[in-house]
Design a protein around this ligand. Structure first.
Ligand code: SF4
Ligand code: SF4
Length: 232
């Protein structure tokens, strides 16, 4: 199938969620419109490895902090372009394709709440929400940016199953977070405290530094061979 070939060529990781499997729960959470297009394609795109590897240095080097911040936004731009190419091919083949924006919404759909990339990738079976509240994959950890396409192209043969968390007993991001914004709990809604994370970032800003902190993204042993070896 041409769309699958293009996904394999352009993405670093992708997965497909079949909403028919979880229809009732999805409609209850997001409203009827979420199932107007029954498949979600989650597209993961790797951030530049060399920049991510320098995150521990960013706290003492504003130039590196800005470089990381720029890469954060640039990688979103790149994954949007990839999603655009895939959506165009789906449309050329006669189906609908709606790209959700970074906030998880689209003007075409009336959703009760955002349908995030985190939700689509988890339902597609390629990632889980870590204790740091980042979408984490087994191969690349959280070092990715994401886009989601909703479509009516029949893709059930390629759909995955929701993925369980692989965090288990790990507390590496809990200990490493400089804002003390992560606690050891298996529920990311409890483990990650966005207010504390924000407080740390705003403190950095008020001290004249770029508003960047990616320690929880860098330190996760999934995708970080150095930390993974240390923890083995
Ligand atoms: S961005 Fe920084 S402060 Fe916020 S949760 Fe991650 S490590 Fe902690
Ligand atoms: S560092 Fe450990 S606890 Fe934190 S998200 Fe990664 S695997 Fe989960």
């Amino acid at each position: 199938m041409r769309v699958i070939e293009l996904l394999e060529n352009l993405s670093d990781i992708y997965g497909i969620a079949d909403f028919n499997k979880n229809k009732d729960e999805l409609i209850e959470s997001y409203g009827e419109d979420i199932c107007r297009y029954p498949y979600a394609i989650a597209i993961g795109h790797k951030m530049i490895e060399e920049i991510i590897e320098k995150i521990p240095l960013t706290y003492n080097d504003d130039k590196l902090a800005q470089e990381y911040l720029d890469e954060y936004f640039n990688s979103h731009q790149r994954v949007s372009e990839i999603a655009g190419k895939i959506a165009n091919l789906i449309q050329e083949e006669g189906y609908h394709a709606v790209i959700l924006d970074v906030s998880g919404k689209s003007e075409e759909l009336n959703l009760k709440q955002s349908f995030s990339n985190k939700a689509s990738a988890n339902l597609a079976g390629i990632g889980w929400l870590g204790k740091n509240n980042l979408l984490t994959t087994e191969e690349f950890g959280p070092r990715l940016t994401w886009a989601t396409i909703l479509t009516d192209m029949p893709l059930s043969d390629y759909a995955g199953e929701p993925m369980e968390s692989l965090c288990d007993e790990c507390t590496i991001c809990v200990k490493a977070c400089p804002g003390k914004a992560i606690i050891d709990d298996s529920n990311p809604k409890i483990s990650y405290n966005p207010e504390k994370c924000g407080e740390f970032l705003f403190k950095r800003r008020d001290e004249g530094h770029p508003v960047a902190c990616g320690m929880c993204l860098y330190i996760c042993p999934f995708g970080n061979s150095k930390v993974e070896q240390l923890t083995r």
